[in-house]
Design a protein around this ligand. Sequence first.
Ligand code: PLP
Length: 395
Amino acid sequence: MRYTTITERLAGLGGAKWEVHALARKLKTQGRDIIELTIGEPDVPTPPELMEIAGTSMRVGRTGYSNGRGEPALLKALSDRYTARRGRKIGTDQIMCFPGTQTTLFAVLHALVEQGDEVLMGDPMYATYEGLVAATGATLVPVPLRPEHGFRMQAADVEARVTPRTRLLFLNSPHNPTGAVLTPAEILALGEVAKKHDLWILCDEVYEDLVFPGTKFTSPLDFPDLAERVIVASSISKSHAAPGFRSGWCVGPAEFCAKLLPLSETMLFGNQPFIADMTAEAVSKPSPVAAGMVERFQRRASLIHDRLDGVAGLRVQRPEAGMFALLDARASGMTGRDFALDLLERGGVALMPGESFGEALGGWLRVGLTQPDELIAAACDRIAAHVGRLQGEAA
Ligand SMILES: Cc1ncc(COP(=O)(O)O)c(C=O)c1O
């Protein structure tokens, strides 16, 4: 039978990246003692009070069709939230609701780029981004995120890669997997490049509420003179430990939202009103779970730093936000994949190879911070023992 080219473009994307994670799960089912730090999901349940709202809303009949833009009460709640946070009026006509950040990014990209266009994106990048761009037929042009700049995207690296085909600059701040948060100066410099070459800026801000103390979050949406070209996407998946609810949105120019509406209507025929009710409540007040996650994830990142930084040539990159720390194992001379497979087999710890997130992270590993402190500490002991063993073997 015949299929379209989108199936070919997306075939094979994804699976190989999760090889170590899949192997770890398999070994665990065989009874092996593995500490799994591969993926990151909120380490607490969705707040019961929010689930209660969704349940009540369902029971009172909020189960009918919605519309392609989002339920009015949720649009209003998001408008209030973004107006307060960004310091300028964000109207309800500047917001569109979707099932999660992932679907939002998928729809937004389809409205802005297509075959023949180029998308500039930081490398390393979140695992699904390659597929998002490939789905549109556009070409992904990686912009290296360098450890010496704290993995924050630099305007000069972007400028050097702009061509007449470049349409969009894709940002992710706070960033997965590096935990980097763009500074106001960096965003302004990136904005200048975008203005000069008339580029859209799309920013995934799903970790906005998981920024660690000592770092200030800034959004490209904060700058009025970028307003006509900036779209941000987010959700309650991380901030409210509610990824299964699939509730996200984008914020951008009103004209852009009007253009996106028919695509949303065609894709979704509206969101779920009972989830919109729960989300409206969630975004109207501070998250009851975000502060706890921030405290635990930052503490665990420090724990990993204290235990492993400098041990047998390992370096630990402290995140500024999010659910992951990075381990620089380049001194071992191994690829991140080989290191991760060997550590899994002989050391009993599962980490994601840096290469799963792009070429720039070759020889690095991503460490999830969502397991309890005792397990993180035990994993550090195992990793330290493993690199000691590697050094002994090399001697
Ligand atoms: C950077 C980034 N963007 C988007 C997502 C998916 O978010 P959502 O659940 O809102 O689709 C994730 C999930 O891990 C992520 O890390």
